[in-house]
Write a protein that binds this ligand. Structure first.
Ligand code: GLA
Length: 658
């Protein structure tokens, strides 16, 4: 199978989504001139071009795209060619309204925006496949083509009638018999027993709380159906061009796709990341998504398909990036494994819903500060490419994460609606990041032997295979730190005996969990050395378990907050950030995991990728970092002996001097 290396060929890909159909052709020449100035090596064409290519059913207007492909090739710029199937033209909705998705209230999502297709529509799929076939036939041999980009940010669920039919088929495959389905869904509750497959609907709007396993299966189904759409197009382009890598761009930490499964179907993993420039922990968010994406790529290189050169336009208030931040976050992505640093989009639009979303060339044009920074970044990435493409970043710590657990845990009727799965995971990643420990992410059933320390922020649902995996990991010498409300439900979202799997309770030294005590927003619980937030538990420890920290005062006075049983730790609350950092730091030390560099100042990150050490200052203040030994900074050419001075948002990429 081809990989990202086949597209990068020793260069870091630099560029972005290019939507030239929004501009008169005279602009294209100017685009190319500026692309060359900026060191652009890659553009993504065609993402939203369906109505331009197929203005009438069955028509093909390829002339403009032919000219663009040639233009790019003539200037040495590779093309990531998208199948434009995420936004069907208006004629499709008018002629075939069944291609439009419905929401859970039965409302149609009309054309006039984007991503308005039903994954289950046979008509949509037929048109999408025909267009993909023709694109692949026409451009498969074009020398500018470096990669296929299928669709864009697959995300649209559908509660409509055709989706109801495919949902039933999906359920028949999963359960075989109605009896099995009724058992899995627990339909004895509230008189929900199904006597015929035709009675089953997508979980549409209902009077009161819905059956949680029904909802869980619908999320699984939606991810699988979108994946089926992806696979169909992927297989078409693969047939034409088996040597060209295929990807589809994920949204970061997005709930709608089981990205572990999806990543396994891609030749390379690509992602769109938009940290908030105003977020003081935006760098940590960028690191977390980088770590997650690298892990989906099996620890190898990945592609930053989209980021913003300045502000986005979809937050309530949209902040630009202060000078230096675009460069810092771009280099940070490379540190975390990216071999491609790309943007949405090349030239900022003058019309349409995203005209206030930044571009590499903003409304201020080539004289603008944003474009000046883009040129600086392009030049630096060109320097780094030959030194590092293909190199892997190493992590001794794994954070376990699973979409099915997220889907099951965030439903109605739970003990606390304040539990936000991504926020909990982010708190644990932050604790590791602030402790200067590089983390990977892993599925709970994955091979955990490469890691000395495994942490589980919160996995409400754990299937039997995953539980066996955790037990084996500790048995074979691994250190496991586990957060609250984990191992509660089985794969059907059925509560396990005692509210937590008995084998896990034994592992952590928990005799019984009497009650869960969720905390209110802003409430803190005293745990002696620190405060807990969000959650607490009334735990009866088993003999031999060591209480690392105990609740003080209130109903839980004297009961364990953090328990330790050998190499297995259980944390029954969410410690405040510094406390969680210290706790994970202690577990890491016990497990023999060292920070990347000792004595790093707060807000400075160090990451090793292959032979290179990235040192990144996420603060506006200057800082001095101790770096033992003698290095060359590949960005400045300077020699670094034992200490390094970094300016505001400064970065250094160090290679040991020989
Ligand atoms: C996503 C999409 C792009 C664009 C950007 C804006 O990542 O893929 O088409 O809408 O968001 O941030």
């Amino acid at each position: 199978m081809p990989t990202l290396d086949d597209a990068t060929r020793g260069r870091i890909l630099f560029g972005g989504d290019y939507n030239p159909e929004q501009w008169p052709e005279e602009t294209w020449k100017d685009d190319v001139r500026l692309m060359k100035e900026a060191g652009v090596t890659s553009v993504t064409l065609g993402v939203f071009s369906w109505s331009k290519i197929e203005p009438r059913p069955g028509a093909r207007e390829f002339g403009w795209l032919d000219r663009l492909m040639d233009l790019m090739h003539d200037h040495g710029i590779g093309v990531v060619l998208a199948t434009p199937t995420s936004s069907p033209p208006p004629w499709m909705g008018r002629l075939h309204p069944e291609t439009l998705p419905r929401d859970e209230n039965g409302q149609t999502e009309w054309w006039g925006s984007r991503q308005h297709f039903s994954h289950s529509s046979a008509v949509y799929r037929r048109y999408a496949a025909a267009l993909t076939e023709d694109l692949a036939a026409r451009y498969g041999t074009h020398p500018a083509l470096t990669m296929w980009h299928i669709n864009n940010e697959y995300c649209t669920p559908d509660w409509g009638d055709e989706a109801a039919t495919t949902f039933r088929r999906w359920l028949q495959d999963r359960y075989g018999t109605l009896d099995a389905l009724n058992t899995a869904w627990g339909t004895a509750f509230w008189s929900q027993g199904y006597g015929s497959w035709d009675e089953i609907l997508p979980p549409r709007r209902a009077h009161y709380m819905k059956n949680p396993t029904h909802v869980l299966d619908f999320k699984r189904f939606t991810s699988d159906m979108l994946l089926e759409c992806y696979r169909t197009e992927r297989d078409i382009v693969r047939r034409h061009t088996p040597h060209i890598p295929v990807t589809t761009n994920f949204m970061p930490f997005w709930s709608g796709q089981d990205a572990w499964r999806w990543a396994a179907e891609e030749d390379l993993v690509s992602i769109d990341i938009y940290p908030d420039p105003k977020d003081p922990l935006g760098g940590q968010y960028n690191a977390m998504i980088g770590d997650m994406t690298r892990s989906q790529a099996g620890g190898g290189p990945w592609m930053l398909m989209e980021q913003a050169a300045g502000p986005v336009n979809w937050r309530g208030v949209n902040h630009p990036k202060p000078y230096g931040l675009n460069r810092l976050w771009s280099l940070q992505a490379v540190a975390h494994g990216a071999d491609a640093v790309c943007y949405f989009q090349w030239r900022q639009s003058r019309q349409g819903a995203e005209k206030f979303h930044s571009g590499m060339v903003g409304h201020a044009g080539e004289r603008g500060r944003t474009f000046r920074e883009i040129k600086e970044i392009g030049a630096e990435l060109a320097l780094l490419g030959p030194q590092m493409t293909g190199a892997r970043a190493h992590a001794d710590v794994a954070i376990l994460h699973d979409w099915h657990s997220w889907w099951a845990g965030e439903q109605e009727g739970r003990p606390s609606s304040l539990l936000q799965y991504p926020e909990i995971v982010r708190s644990w990643h932050r604790a590791l990041w602030e402790g200067h420990l590089t983390a990977a992410f892993a599925h709970p059933a994955a091979d955990l032997t490469p890691y000395r320390l495994v942490v589980v922020p919160h996995l409400y649902l754990l299937d039997d295979t995953s539980i066996d995996n955790l037990l084996a990991y500790v048995r074979e010498g691994g250190t496991l730190v586990c957060g609250f409300l984990t191992g509660v439900a089985d794969a059907d979202d059925r509560v396990r005996p005692g509210g937590m799997d008995p084998r896990l309770r034994e592992l952590f030294g928990i005799d019984l969990i009497h009650e869960w005590w969720p905390l209110d927003a802003g409430e803190r619980t005293d745990c002696g050395e620190f405060h807990g937030t969000l959650w607490s538990e009334e735990i009866q420890a088993a003999p031999g378990a060591h209480t690392v920290a105990g609740y003080r005062g209130g109903e839980l006075d004297g009961l364990p907050a953090v328990l330790r049983n050998g190499a297995a730790w259980y944390v029954s609350t969410l410690p405040e950030p510094a406390a969680l950092r210290d706790l994970l730091g202690e577990a890491a030390r016990d497990a023999g995991v060292r920070p990347v560099l000792d004595d790093l100042p707060t807000g400075v990150e160090a990451v090793r990728r292959g032979p290179l050490l990235f040192v990144l200052n996420h603060r506006r203040e200057h800082t001095v970092v101790t770096v033992p030994g003698r290095h060359h900074d590949l960005l400045t050419g300077a020699t670094v002996e034992s200490s390094l001075r970094l300016g505001r948002y400064g970065a250094a990429v160090l290679k040991e001097a020989t």
